[in-house]
Design a protein around this ligand. Structure first.
Ligand code: C2O
Ligand code: CU
Length: 492
């Protein structure tokens, strides 16, 4: 090669390298989050596709339309509370029976936090005081579709409650079922460390014997069931029926099954199933954040055992034992379990959105990595799903990211219409936490009947912190709260 050609090639190479550097630098620059920003200004507005193929004209005015602050979206401020709790959050050394002490979090000195119980229609008031949780904290009512200002998401619906401060949550318990509550500020370490509890709403009158089983893995511990490592026991008379309320507070899906008798799956995510039939020899999968209610019968002699990997709960008379069983090979498929019944809204002309989960190399707030992506973009360039009150929304969630994701939408329950385009044919399957496996697609529908700005994220909490989170926002709703390093609010 002549000296000239070599020089030319070198120059070209140097130019190319400079260009690549420039592009990478530009991607890095574009990925950086402002020191503080509003959730309502986050992302790229996505108005979905309406029945006419485009988005509704004039119907969606976009996020900038003169609007209402979400702080006005509360329960009736003049109504007195029917049920009241005061919870003091503390960072402290926690010692569970039989466990190694660890640095965790408590509410009123305990983890799991006190169980909150209300009856349908009651106004629940919870005063949260932060004694010494340095990063601040909040409480989110997972699965309860509360007014937006009470949703407990730091930087979206409130500021993190700093040490010495308090915040009062008020909402009407309009849904009967099994729910839970947890911190939504620096959520992964705070929830894993103990800032969570069960929330049960019983019917206005009556009810049935129940037993709450909170599945949780504390830092450096084996798994626990309602704070007990290994095997727990609760008394129930021979021959009685008990509703076992299983809550998965961990970051990964779990299997649960019953040894010592058949059971029925009577509710998922706080919604009763229609026509549930007896189940034997199958396991039930509970996504992270999800709940299942299992109806079991205590046998005439001995007990019945709820099992999940690493833990179990025996129900029976004092001293009763129960057999154990290994995890059944077959999974109960909720797409076909129970009998169908009409949905409360028509889904033939919905507002359509896509929520495609992937993974991309790039920068997240200036940090290089292999990040979760939504519709091919990394936070903050993810879609902001904009809806209007009254819309029927159908969302197709697809996952080609290589891992499974428990997808959780705040403020609404979603009904599963189809999985991998096979239509649901069992009981209406309502969820707030839906496991979407790699390679799967789900069509889900919801009625936009709860105005606000609502997180829609993966409940494997480290994934949310790695960018698998976005929002559903109602036209015209704004937030005065800020996200970003300068704000002190870190919802994930
Ligand atoms: Cu259980 Cu956004 O959370
Ligand atoms: Cu995930």
């Amino acid at each position: 090669m002549s000296a000239d050609a070599t020089r030319l090639l070198r120059r070209l190479g140097a130019g190319l390298a400079a260009l690549v550097l420039l592009l990478v630098g530009w991607a890095w620059w574009g990925s950086r989050l402002p020191a503080s920003y509003g959730a309502d200004a986050m992302g790229v507005a996505d108005f979905g596709g309406g029945p006419e193929g485009g988005h509704h004209d004039g119907h969606h005015d976009g996020p900038d339309a003169a609007g209402v602050s979400l702080t006005t979206l509360t329960a009736d401020p003049t109504r007195a509370a029917d049920v009241r709790y005061e919870l003091v959050a503390r960072a402290e050394r926690v010692t569970l029976p039989g466990a190694m002490p660890f640095d965790g979090y408590t509410l009123n000195g305990t983890t799991p936090a006190p169980e909150i119980r209300a009856r349908e229609g009651q106004l629940v008031e919870v005063v949260l005081r932060n004694e010494n949780v340095a990063a601040g904290t909040t409480l989110h009512w997972h699965g309860l579709d509360v007014p937006n200002a009470m949703d407990g998401v730091a930087g979206v619906t409130q500021d993190a409650v700093l040490p010495g401060e308090s915040f009062t949550y008020r909402f009407v318990a309009n849904q009967v079922g099994t729910f839970w509550y947890h911190s939504h500020q620096v959520a992964n370490p705070q929830v894993v460390g103990g800032l969570f509890g069960a929330l049960v709403v019983e019917p206005a009158a009556g009810g049935e014997p129940d037993a709450v089983a909170l599945l949780h893995t504390y830092p450096g511990q084996t798994r626990s069931l309602s704070g007990v490592l290994g095997d727990a026991h609760r008394e129930a008379p021979a021959g009685s029926r008990v509703r076992m309320r299983v809550v998965n507070t961990d970051n990964l899906a779990t299997a649960v099954w019953v040894a010592g008798g058949p059971f029925r799956l009577v509710a998922v995510d706080g919604v009763d199933l229609h026509g549930p039939t007896p189940i034997e020899g199958r396991r039930v999968i509970v996504p992270a954040g999800g709940r299942v209610d299992l109806a079991v019968e205590v046998p005439a002699s001995g007990g019945v055992r709820l099992q999940a990997p690493g833990v179990s709960l025996v129900l029976g008379p004092a001293g009763a034992s129960a057999p154990t069983a290994s995890s059944p090979g077959e999974i109960l498929d909720l797409l076909t379990y129970g009998t169908s019944t009409p949905l409360p809204f028509a889904t033939d002309a919905p507002d359509r959105f896509s929520y495609d989960i992937g993974r991309l190399p790039g920068f997240l707030d200036g940090r290089p990595g292999f990040w979760w992506s939504i519709n091919g973009r990394i936070v903050p360039h993810v879609p902001m799903f904009v809806v209007a009150e009254g819309d029927v929304v159908v969302m197709r969630i697809t996952n080609n990211s290589g891992q499974s994701h428990p997808m959780h939408l705040h403020g609404h329950h979603l009904v599963v219409l189809a999985r991998n385009e096979a239509a649901a044919s069992g009981s209406p399957w309502w969820v707030d936490s839906l496991e979407v496996g790699h390679g799967e697609s789900y069509d889900v529908a919801f009625l936009a009947d709860n105005p606000g700005i609502w997180m829609g994220h993966c409940h494997n909490l480290p994934h949310a912190a790695e960018g698998l989170m976005t929002h559903v926002m109602y036209t015209g709703v704004t937030t005065p709260f800020l996200l970003g390093a300068a704000s002190g609010n870190v919802p994930e």
